[in-house]
Design a protein around this ligand. Structure first.
Ligand SMILES: Cc1cc2nc3c(=O)[nH]c(=O)nc-3n(C[C@H](O)[C@H](O)[C@H](O)COP(=O)(O)OP(=O)(O)OC[C@H]3O[C@@H](n4cnc5c(N)ncnc54)[C@H](O)[C@@H]3O)c2cc1C
Length: 493
C-alpha cells in the first residue's frame, strides 16, 4: 500500500539527532503542518527542530489526495451546523489564506501546481439539497461559486457547485521543498525519533526514544496529538479512507471533484506523471478500527472505477486517516496545562492542505505576535450544544467499542492453528487479549491491547495492521507502532 506520492518522492536530506540540544521551537511531526510551521519559525530567525517518528510525509500527508480547495465537499454546511455563521466566515477566510500562501510558495519555489475548478457534486438525487445548501452558504460568505451542469465526469451528476481557481499538487514535492527550505534557514529535521512526552517549563523538555531536547515552545503536529493533556484524543474522531491511481486511455476529467452524498463518497482528481496524466480516485471512509473488512472498501472503489473508466489500469493503492472535531473546525493553539509552551494543531477532517497552512500561520502569530483576525474569531469559538452532543455521542460509541472488544477477546480462546495468509484473529491467551496474524508466511503473536488507552485492537485485512477502534492508533502485524496517539509498540507474545 505505498502511495503514488511516496513511491516517486524526491530524496529528502535530514540531520543527525543529538540529545541535549536547545531550540526555540521543537515541532513534533514532519507532515505538512509541522514543516510549514517549521518554515515560518525558521524564516523569523528562530532555532527550529522538527522531530519525526518515522520519515517525512510517512503518515497522512504522504498518503493524501492533495487537493487544495476552499469548497470542501459539503464541509461548509457542517461547520455551520455544528458552530455558527461567524465561524463559517472565519473558516473560509482562514482556508483562503492557506490556499493563497501555498500557491505563492509553490510559485516562488518552482513546485508544480495545477489550478483547477473544484466541484462538489450530487451523485444521487438525495444529494441535491446538500449541493444547494453548500452553494447558498458559499455564496453568502462571498466565495465566487457557480452552479455546474456538465462538470466533465463520465456519469450523471444530479447537481453541482463549482469554485474556480483552486489547486492540486504532489504533496511529497511540497514536503521535500519545505524540508530543504527549513534546513537552508538553519532548522534541523530529525527522522526516526519518537517523542513520548513533553514537560512544560522554562525551557520545556521534550522526551524522545533517543534522549531529551529543550525548547521555548513545543508544537505537536502529529495528526492526533501524542500528548494526552487536554484529552484531545477523546475529542476527535479518526476516519480512515482509501485512494488509488490509474492509467486511463482517453479523456480525463478536467477538474477536482468531491461528492456530497453520505452513501457514495468519492474524490476524483488527476495528476501529471512522466508518461501522461493519471486518474486518482478516493473515498469509502470509515472510523478507524471499526470496519470488519477494510479490504472490501478497496474492492468497491476498484469496481466503481472500472464501471466509469473501463479498462483503467491501477498503478497504486493506498490509505490514510485524518481527524474530525466536534465543531468541524481544527483545534489549534496552546494545550491546557502547557503553561503557554505547548501547542497543537489537528482536526482537518480530510481538508488539511489548506487547514494545515492556516493553523501554522495561527501558531506563528500566537507565539511570535501578529494580527490575524480570522484566527482570533476561530480561537474564540464557543462549543454549541450540537457539537457537545456530537462529542458525547462519539465517546458513547468509544465505550461500546471497549465493551465489545473485551467481550469478544475474553470469550474466545486463540485458535490452535495460525490464521490464513493475510488474516488476523484476536482471542484470549490466559486472561490476556492476544492477536495472532499471518503475513507473508510469518506468524506473529502480539498483545491485542492498545498501548495508549487499552482498548482491544481489531485486524485490518487490507493493510495487515492492528487498528484501535477507540482513538485510531495503528500497529504493524509485528506490533510496531505506525500512527495515532500511542507512543509505544505492542508487546510480542
Ligand atoms: C485519504 C485522505 C485523502 C485526503 N485528501 C485531502 C485532500 O484532497 N485535500 C486536503 O486538503 N486534505 C486531504 N486530506 C487531509 C490531509 O491529508 C491531512 O489533513 C494532512 O495531511 C495532515 O497533515 P499533518 O501534518 O497534520 O499530519 P501527518 O501528515 O500525519 O504528519 C504527522 C507526523 O507526525 C509524526 N508523528 C506522530 N507521532 C509522533 C511522535 N510521537 N513523535 C514524532 N513524530 C510523530 C508522524 O509520523 C507524521 O509524519 C486527506 C486525508 C486522507 C486520509
Amino acid at each position: 500500500m505505498t502511495s503514488l506520492w511516496l513511491d516517486r518522492a524526491p530524496r529528502i536530506e535530514t540531520d543527525e539527532f543529538e540529545a541535549g540540544q536547545q531550540f526555540d521551537e521543537v515541532i513534533v511531526g514532519a507532515g505538512i503542518t509541522g514543516l510549514v510551521a517549521a518554515l515560518l519559525f525558521s524564516r523569523a530567525g528562530r532555532r527550529v527542530a522538527v522531530v519525526e517518528a518515522r520519515r517525512v510525509g510517512a503518515v497522512t500527508t504522504g498518503n493524501t489526495t492533495a487537493k487544495l480547495s476552499v469548497l470542501q465537499g459539503a464541509h461548509l454546511q457542517q461547520v455551520q451546523a455544528y458552530s455558527y455563521r461567524a465561524i463559517v466566515k472565519a473558516y473560509v477566510e482562514a482556508n483562503l489564506e492557506g490556499l493563497a500562501w501555498m500557491s505563492r510558495y509553490a510559485d516562488d519555489q518552482g513546485i508544480p501546481i495545477q489550478f483547477k475548478d473544484s466541484v462538489s457534486y450530487a451523485a444521487t438525487p438525495e444529494g441535491v439539497r446538500t449541493v444547494n445548501r453548500e452553494y447558498d452558504i458559499a455564496k453568502a460568505v462571498g466565495l465566487p461559486v457557480r452552479r455546474g451542469t456538465d462538470v466533465g465526469l463520465p456519469f450523471e451528476t444530479h447537481a453541482a457547485v463549482v469554485l474556480p481557481d483552486q489547486a492540486q499538487f504532489d504533496p511529497m514535492d511540497v514536503l521535500a521543498t519545505l524540508a530543504a527550505d527549513v534546513r537552508s534557514h538553519g532548522g534541523k529535521i530529525f527522522e526516526d525519533v519518537r517523542v513520548s512526552r513533553a514537560k512544560a517549563g522554562d525551557p520545556a523538555k521534550v522526551f524522545t526514544n533517543k534522549g531529551q531536547l529543550l525548547a521555548q515552545h513545543v508544537i505537536v503536529a502529529t495528526g492526533i496529538p501524542v500528548l494526552d493533556r487536554g484529552l484531545y484524543f477523546a475529542k476527535v474522531k479518526a476516519g480512515r479512507s482509501y485512494a488509488m491511481s490509474y492509467r486511463v486511455d482517453g479523456a480525463l476529467p478536467p477538474g477536482m471533484y468531491m461528492s456530497v452524498d453520505s452513501s457514495l463518497k468519492r474524490s476524483v482528481r488527476t495528476t501529471p506523471s512522466a508518461d501522461g496524466d493519471l486518474l486518482i480516485i478516493g473515498g469509502n471512509g470509515h472510523t478507524v478500527g471499526r470496519d470488519p473488512s477494510p479490504k472490501s472498501h478497496v474492492r468497491d472503489l476498484e469496481e466503481w472505477t472500472q464501471q466509469h473508466w473501463p479498462g483503467a489500469v491501477r498503478t497504486h493503492a493506498w490509505s490514510a486517516q485524518d481527524y474530525e472535531t466536534p465543531h468541524k473546525v481544527p483545534f489549534v493553539g496552546w494545550m491546557p496545562r502547557g503553561r503557554g509552551r505547548i501547542y497543537l494543531a489537528t482536526g482537518y477532517d480530510k481538508w488539511g492542505m489548506t487547514n494545515s497552512v492556516q493553523c501554522a500561520l495561527t501558531l506563528a502569530s500566537d507565539i511570535l505576535g501578529g494580527n490575524t483576525p480570522w484566527a482570533k474569531v476561530l480561537h474564540r469559538r464557543i462549543t454549541t450544544p450540537r457539537a457537545f452532543a456530537w462529542g458525547v455521542g462519539y465517546n458513547a460509541g468509544v465505550a461500546v467499542e471497549y465493551a465489545k472488544g473485551y467481550a469478544k477477546a475474553l470469550l474466545r480462546g486463540l485458535p490452535d492453528s495460525p490464521p490464513d495468509e493475510g488474516e488476523g484473529v484476536v482471542g484470549r491467551d490466559g486472561l490476556l487479549p492476544t492477536g495472532m496474524s499471518t503475513v507473508n508466511g510469518v506468524v506473529c503473536r502480539v498483545s491485542a491491547v492498545c498501548t495508549h488507552q487499552h482498548a482491544v485492537l481489531s485486524w485490518n485485512d487490507q493493510e495487515h495492521s492492528w487498528d484501535c477502534p477507540a482513538h485510531g492508533s495503528r500497529f504493524g502485524a509485528d506490533g510496531t507502532l505506525l500512527e495515532g496517539p500511542a507512543t509505544r509498540n505492542l508487546r510480542l507474545r
